[in-house]
Design a protein around this ligand. Structure first.
Ligand code: SAM
Length: 236
């Protein structure tokens, strides 16, 4: 099975299972606090690979006066984002492919105070992941923040196995509790093939990239097995 995000089933499957990702609420909190630390209310925020808009939407609830751009390349995801945020003031929803060099300049006619992303950039080839981080640095305002809530690679097979067991357990428990008895093996057989499109990069590698390309205070601020929140700031 090859997932393509432009497929409606893949979009709906992710959105309806997102809540089962362990510790998601803490990852949002960490991302919000990274952005808050720019020391001024952000005036412009971009969410890359926004999906249904959960991450940018969380920022919008805190800073409703900021101009928020939700960007994705998947028509069914963009449809969900429009259903959730299409009527909101200060929210623009745009189709954009993050693989295209120069995409950040096209998305940002003016410098932005925060670029956020969640579980999206790991779908790009590894060299493009790094190049995109450079493009993000280029469009940030001085002092602006980049924060990525990302699915990253485990450092070894053992911790990878523990992570997936936890994820499958959690999903099986939630489904069973809501009236659909489900075993973790059933969840595994459903979820594992959907991971084939991932190009996971270790978080320590990604933080090093950010430091090397000139982000200030680049760090991984939250990590639970393969899910990590990391980012950095454009020097003021
Ligand atoms: C796992 S979903 C995450 C969605 C959303 N950020 C969230 O956390 O709910 C991955 C998202 O990345 C988007 N994506 C993958 N490759 C992309 C690309 N090349 N350009 C733009 N968006 C992309 C998909 O369409 C999808 O919405």
């Amino acid at each position: 099975m090859t997932v393509t995000w432009k497929d409606e089933d893949a979009a709906n499957h992710f959105v309806s299972n997102r809540e089962h990702i362990p510790c998601m609420e803490y990852m949002f909190e960490a991302a919000l606090r990274m952005v808050r630390d720019i020391g001024r209310p952000p005036r412009r925020i971009v969410d890359l690979g926004c999906g249904s808009g959960a991450t940018g939407g969380a920022m919008h609830r805190v800073w409703p006066d900021a101009q928020l751009v939700l960007a994705d390349y998947s028509p069914p995801m963009l449809k969900l984002a429009r259903e959730n945020y299409g009527g909101e003031e200060n929210v623009t929803i745009v189709e954009a492919d993050l693989i295209d060099p120069g995409v950040m300049r096209r998305l940002c006619s003016e410098p932005v105070d925060a670029v956020v992303s969640s579980a999206a950039i790991h779908h790009l080839p590894r060299e493009r992941q790094r190049a995109l981080y450079e493009e993000v640095l280029d469009v940030l305002t001085p002092g602006g923040a980049f924060v990525n809530i990302e699915h990253t690679a485990s450092a070894c097979d053992r911790t990878e196995a523990i992570w997936w067991r936890w994820f499958y357990d959690k999903m099986a428990e939630s489904r069973s509790a809501t009236g659909t008895p489900t075993t973790w093996e059933q969840v595994r057989d459903e979820i594992a093939p959907r991971q084939e499109v991932n190009i996971l990069t270790r978080v320590d590698t990604q933080v090093r990239w950010l430091r090397d390309m000139g982000y200030e205070d680049a760090d991984c601020v939250f990590k639970v097995f393969e899910m990590a929140v990391f980012g950095g700031y454009k020097p003021a």
